[in-house]
Ligand binder design. Structure first.
Ligand code: ZN
Ligand code: ZN
Ligand code: FE
Length: 747
């Protein structure tokens, strides 16, 4: 570049898209421009972040390089456009108010998830000299609520539930000072000007709140606390009577409770924690992480009885930190609802709905814009999200195709919904099972909310093939009303397409979809499926040999039922009869209420029953979890055989071998390992026949860490590329992503 050119003044417009709002991007740009003596401005728009900078052309290119180097840690740039505009010779750089240039068009600015309290804000709160000492709504540009306080895009204070709080002069100074870490921190607040905390029915305010709470917890009282994304119920996890009382009141019999623990040191007292698991616990999302419990423990058995894992999280908000500072012991922390209902978010609503559940309420006057449960993550071959909510939602998933504007309504269990357009899909936070009218209301509210927030109108609605899913029924009605086409997507194809899409993978690939149950193309229940996917669609190239589920729905919980189905075919009716109840035999014999299934999930239940590690699914996936955990530290390459012929994986010899080895005294853990290994071998065998180099593993069965790791290793050793879920759950919580992609893909 010549000297003449370099001294020329130029002006450039830069538009950044992705997660660029609410992460401290504008202050970063401002400081950078100041330092480099460039003039211009920066502002949030509905599309993302817009910058205009003016100065010597050489310095402008340096600015672009420096901008990328200085990108805030939580920001993700998905697209950047730069163009030249006419210089205007104005001096100085400023942060402009946000603009809504096209209020009718869809909005693509990513909304940031809620971010756990940063170490600096924590230090502020714990410092008695600091003006935010013990202030439970402390935050800065690096941390604090985002998604759960946003009422509209762009992310500015008037568009959040902080809109009614007027900054005091000290907070305003921080908010306006480019050198302060609270520069443009939208929820910035202090005890003078910000939200306030109080208890009910006890009268307490300020710091006395926490000593009152500590006393209540010590006495075994149940606390309903208004958290980031809704109310949580808290009780001392070491107090069996208190935990039992919570179970009874919540009508939750055996499903394990997660725990809130004050520090890593305490977590390590109760669980085995790897470095990677510690990183997850401490991450900005601060999810519940499933850990292996230590044997010696004073945790009440009622917390997670008969579960091989415990779910643990660290404090994620100032309120949790302050509570834990006053009561540094493990607490049960569960969503503020009765079994099957959505989480309560509103003070009045909570006082009514949770009135019979909690003894004390911790309330405050910062409204929650939308419910967001705690997320659940398990470390497998990398972190794997089992429930995607606080800390992750609503980060968009970038897919390798252009999508027509699509609304995907997900499945029936662990429901999430999604909207997609362009190359992005926004998956909602976890909504839950759609069995209750309250849950179905929450489902509709979430769809409404997503569409409003992003000014989105679908041109296509996608749903599952299953006519009885509440989500399908809503989609049918709504598509008719709105006059848009409805696309019914096959359950297991949605699973694998979602996994492929989040990995940026296009066809051809081999998709393995293993789960508990989903309606198949032939009207039977599928769940052990292999698809060769190419540009023409999916071909079901292999599946598990079907077996009967006597009792239908009952067989989902009672593991003896799928076991009976397996034995009936393995041993033949005459021999099987000796082991089975007459009522079950009658169903199998006359094929009455005994639907056929190719579900690998149900085979896990059957095998768990046969070898005696689980009789019932106390919660979804429980028996499979027990079977996996039975392996313990056993390392073996021995395996039973799933016989693969003509696209059918036959388990008859496998079931026979399991029974024989059990009878001859082989350890249950060893049998379980050989069962898992057989399934991984089968995947490899099908992959070798199909020939595609890319293999996608999806469906709830792949929440099994042993199976996923083993399959990955076998396949990678033979040169296959293996893709698993990273950003969305492998279970039905990820279905909406696959539905959106398959229904609306343009190229
Ligand atoms: Zn902070
Ligand atoms: Zn203030
Ligand atoms: Fe499924």
């Amino acid at each position: 570049m010549t000297a003449v050119l370099s001294s020329q003044t130029e002006r450039q417009r830069i538009v950044l898209q992705g997660t660029v709002q609410g992460v401290g991007f504008r202050p970063t740009v401002y400081r950078l421009a100041q330092r480099m003596q460039l003039s211009g401005w920066v502002r949030n728009t509905i599309a993302g972040l817009e910058i205009e900078v003016e100065g010597e052309s050489e310095r402008l290119s340096q600015f672009l390089v420096a901008l990328h180097a200085a990108t805030p840690p939580a920001a993700v740039i998905t697209e950047q456009q730069t163009s030249r505009v006419a210089p205007n010779r104005k001096i100085g750089f400023e942060i402009l108010l946000s603009v809504n240039d096209d209020p009718s068009g869809p909005r693509s600015a990513a909304i940031l998830p809620d971010i756990a309290t940063c170490s600096q804000c924590l230090a502020d709160m714990l410092d008695p000299q600091n003006r935010r000492s013990a202030y439970p709504f402390t935050n800065c540009i690096q941390c604090g609520p985002r998604y759960t306080i946003m009422l509209d895009i762009p992310y500015d204070r008037p568009n959040t539930t902080m809109q009614t709080f007027t900054l005091c002069s000290s907070c305003r100074r921080e908010y306006e000072s480019s050198h302060d870490r609270r520069f443009h921190a939208q929820p910035n607040a202090c005890a003078v000007c910000g939200p306030k905390l109080w208890l009910s029915p006890i009268a307490a305010e300020g710091t006395s709140v926490f000593s009152e709470l500590a006393t209540a917890l010590e006495r075994g009282h149940i606390i309903a606390l208004k958290s980031i994304g809704g109310f949580q119920l808290l009780v001392d996890a070491r107090n069996p009577a208190a935990v039992a009382r919570l179970r009874e009141r919540k009508r939750r019999e055996l499903k394990p409770f997660a725990m809130l623990m004050p520090s890593m040191e305490v977590v390590c007292r109760y669980a085995e924690v790897s470095a990677e698991e510690e990183r997850l616990l401490r991450s900005p999302a601060a999810p519940i992480v499933l850990l292996q419990p230590k044997n010696e423990s004073d945790i009440a058995p009622e917390v997670a009885e008969r579960s091989p894992c415990i779910g643990v999280m660290l404090p994620s908000s100032p309120l949790h930190h302050l509570l834990m500072a006053h009561y540094p012991f493990p607490l049960v922390a569960t969503s503020g609802n009765c079994a099957g209902e959505p989480i309560a978010i509103d003070n009045e609503e909570a006082l009514v709905r949770l009135g019979n559940l909690a003894d004390i309420f911790v309330l405050h006057n910062r409204p929650i814009a939308r419910p967001c449960d705690d997320s659940v993550v398990r470390l497998m071959d990398g972190p794997h999200i089992l429930r995607r909510a606080r800390g992750y939602a609503p980060l968009p998933v970038i897919v390798p195709f252009d999508l027509r504007p699509v609304l995907a309504v997900g499945g029936h269990l662990k429901n999430t919904v999604a909207i997609g357009f362009g190359k992005q899909v926004w998956l909602s936070q976890h909504i839950g099972d759609l069995d209750s009218p309250e849950a179905r209301e929450a489902f509709e509210r979430t769809i409404d909310d997503l569409c409003k927030l992003y000014r989105f109108r679908p041109e296509i609605i996608a749903c599952d093939l299953h006519p009885d899913y509440a989500s399908t029924q809503w989609a049918e009605q709504h598509a008719r009303k709105a006059g848009v086409p409805l696309v019914r997507v096959l359950h297991h194809q949605a699973h694998v397409a979602g996994c492929a899409a989040e990995n940026g993978l296009k066809t051809p690939y081999l998709g393995v979809a293993w789960d508990g149950a989903g309606l198949g193309a032939d009207g039977t229940i599928w769940g052990g499926e292999f698809f060769a996917a190419d540009q023409n669609g999916f071909e079901r190239v292999a599946s598990l040999r079907p077996f009967a589920l006597p009792g239908g729905e009952t067989a989902m919980r009672d593991c003896a039922r799928p076991a009976a189905g397996l034995l009936w075919k393995t041993l033949g009716p005459d021999k099987a009869r000796q082991f089975l109840q007459p009522q079950v035999c009658a169903m199998l014999e006359h094929e009455i209420n005994a639907p056929q299934t190719s579900s690998v999930g149900r085979m896990f239940d059957g095998v768990a029953y046969l070898i005696g590690v689980a009789e019932h699914n106390l919660f979804e996936g429980h028996a499979a979890m027990c079977l996996e955990s039975a392996i313990g530290q056993i390392k073996t390459d021995e395996a039973y055989t799933v016989t693969a012929a003509n696209g059918i994986g036959d388990w008859a010899s496998l079931v026979g071998d399991i029974r024989a080895e059990l009878a001859s005294g082989v350890a249950v853990g060893m049998i379980s390992a050989k069962f898992h290994n057989a399934l991984a071998d089968w995947i490899l065998a099908v992959a070798q026949i199909t020939g595609s180099r890319d293999v996608v593993l999806s469906g709830g069965v792949f929440q099994n860490a042993y199976l996923t790791r083993r399959s990955r290793r076998l396949l990678e050793n033979r040169g296959f590329n293996v893709f698993t879920h990273r950003q969305v759950p492998a279970n039905d919580g990820g279905l909406a992503l696959g539905q959106a992609v398959l229904a609306a893909m343009i190229n």
